[in-house]
Design a protein around this ligand. Structure first.
Ligand code: MG
Length: 271
């Protein structure tokens, strides 16, 4: 018995010592004698370069269950309320909310985030009405408008022929998706969008805007340069706007559902 107590005491002492050692500052890493990276104030392997923030990744979604957002995401829709959304004029968003999703209420208008964002990663899930009804642009049409102006098309793209730059995951009227990665209607689909908003100086475009899109995990737009705000049946022309703008979801009078919407504003240049 006495030996058992002794072993316990020794183990405890070792544990405390290890804890104390763990609390010490880690040994310095990196180099001070390496060349400066071009256009940067940091050297190759610079030990003083700030470490990226730690983010706990989320989980993937299934038809039955939305995934969890990453730990640093701003949740824009958690399946319960439209508190983060409003109409164009600032009134309450009136889309239907039930069973963990929102659904376009035809005629109630587009909805906009109350918060504004410039460059970001945006996650949106949508579900096309089943059984499918209508053809071409009249089948499950909605849209995710970046900066409230640049549409990533939402449409039933499964076995539904329409013009290429109007199908699901197109930058509407500007760029068809690289591939058609649509799932059948009635299944939840995911958009992961990376957006760099265009910048304007003196009312003129000074830096282009770019859009990258993954539809259901498949790359469909690869750092595509925007041509201007989305228009129908015409060429876009630039309209200057602030970097910070809302995200808009489109009421195209069809009962498309959305769930699990979150956004991660991107850090600015870390050169
Ligand atoms: Mg649309």
């Amino acid at each position: 018995m006495r030996n058992a107590w002794l072993s316990f005491a020794v183990a405890l002492a070792v544990g405390v010592a290890q804890l104390a050692a763990g609390a010490e500052e880690p040994a310095p890493t990196g180099y001070t004698d390496t060349p400066l990276l071009p256009g940067s104030r940091w050297r190759v392997h610079d030990g003083d370069r700030p470490h990226p923030q730690v983010v706990a990744p989320g989980t993937f979604s299934s038809d039955e269950q939305p995934g969890k957002p990453p730990s640093d995401a701003i949740v824009l829709f958690d399946g319960k309320t439209l508190d983060a959304w409003q109409t164009e004029k600032g009134g309450p968003a009136r889309w239907k909310v039930e069973n963990g999703y929102m659904e376009v209420l035809a005629g109630s208008g587009d909805i906009f985030t109350k918060k504004k964002f410039s460059d970001y990663q945006l996650h949106v899930e949508f579900r096309e009405p089943a059984p499918a009804a209508g053809h071409s642009q009249e089948r499950g049409n909605s849209g995710v408008f970046l900066a409230g102006l640049y549409e990533v098309q939402v449409l039933d793209g499964y076995d539904n022929i329409t013009y290429a730059d109007g199908q699901v995951s197109a930058l509407y009227g500007q760029a068809p998706p690289l591939v058609n990665a649509a799932r059948p209607p009635g299944h939840w689909q995911t958009y992961d969008i990376i957006f760099t908003t265009p910048r304007f100086t003196g009312g003129k475009l000074s830096k282009p805007g770019y859009v990258t899109v993954l539809l259901n995990g498949v790359l469909t737009q690869n750092h595509k340069e925007l041509l201007g705000p989305t228009v129908h049946h015409a060429l876009p022309t630039w309209v200057a706007h602030d970097p910070d703008m809302p995200v808009k979801l489109q009421d195209h009078s069809m009962p498309v559902r959305f769930r699990n919407i979150w956004i991660r504003p991107l850090p600015q240049n870390t050169n």
